[in-house]
Design a protein around this ligand. Structure first.
Ligand code: FES
Length: 296
């Protein structure tokens, strides 16, 4: 019973929700973030974040190594005597090598996302990365050994480690909403049609202002004669866009520097990948009215 209860205790300690609060991990997070941020905002970083795709690139790339390594495991388990042949072993080694190359690309994209997240997400993220690096180590070692039995054992250990990494990745994505579109709820919270928002006289040219539409924060900007209104919380991680800066028609979030075009809400710079909901605006009797085209 003892080893089982100790295992249960270990599993409890390693719960992702505990990792979120493990401040000791900050000793790894802070220096790693400084290194990751050496890749400055720009086209390469945007490409790794998945701005061009409209959602994070990392989970798409991660399918390749997991798929290759899982295929090798299936062949290990079901290959039978033919699978134990030199040709079968060579096939599995090719899958492992392809997985390692693909994992490097997935890690690069994941690092770009990770470096601009909340601290709880980043703490779980470093353990997720450590599990995946461990997996890559096992798979790399499986290529180096010439003994098929040892190679199989190392592949099995790699699969266990990458599975643990995948579980933590799921926790970051679904429990902590890392990478999710934080503005997705806005059209569901706004009633269809036109709504009074604020007096038209309360705006200074180029100065973002916060207004509330029911419970939904809206950022309102006068740009010359035009009035623009966007959802006030950033699609990346809900940063306050009404505290952002406007420059050449782009509103920059104060938290991680995502920039959105105020005319259509599209992403001009990541790490945000989802566009910001944009309201139609008009002025009636000195009042700014807004309408969200896809509300309801
Ligand atoms: S919350 Fe991260 S860029 Fe806005």
């Amino acid at each position: 019973m003892r080893p089982i209860s100790q295992l249960a205790r270990l599993a409890k300690l390693a719960r992702p929700s505990r990792l979120e609060q493990a401040e000791a991990l900050d000793r790894v997070v802070a220096p790693s973030q400084r290194v990751a941020r050496r890749l400055r905002p720009g086209p390469v970083r945007d490409a790794l974040n998945g701005v061009w795709l409209g959602h994070p690139l990392h989970p798409v790339l991660a399918q390749a190594p997991v798929g290759a390594w899982l295929s090798a495991a299936v062949l290990d388990a079901t290959g039978g005597s033919a699978g134990r042949s030199a040709a079968g072993e060579a096939e599995r080694r090719r899958l492992v090598a392809f997985g390692l190359a693909a994992a490097a690309a997935a890690a690069l994209a994941g690092t770009a996302d990770w470096s601009e997240q909340h601290e709880q997400q980043m703490r779980v993220g470093v353990v997720h990365a450590a599990a995946n690096v461990t997996a890559a180590g096992f798979y790399g070692a499986s290529l180096l050994t010439r003994r098929p039995a040892a190679s199989r054992a190392l592949r099995l250990a790699g699969l266990a480690a990458v599975t643990a990494g995948g579980l933590l990745g799921g926790h970051i994505s679904f429990r902590l909403s890392g990478g999710a579109n934080q503005a997705e709820s806005v059209p569901h919270l706004v009633e269809p049609g036109w709504h009074d928002l604020m007096p038209a006289g309360g705006l200074t040219d180029g100065q973002p202002v916060k207004a509330m539409l029911g419970e939904v924060p809206v950022v309102v900007i006068r740009d010359g004669r035009a009035v623009h209104a966007l959802a006030g919380r950033c699609s990346h991680l809900s940063g306050p866009l009404f505290d952002g800066e406007l420059d050449e028609g782009r509103l920059t979030c104060p938290w991680h520097g995502s920039a959105f075009r105020i005319t259509d809400g599209s992403v001009a710079r990541g790490p945000a990948t989802a566009p910001q909901p944009v309201f139609s605006t008009r002025v009636r009797d000195g009042v700014i009215q807004v309408c969200l085209p896809d509300a309801g």
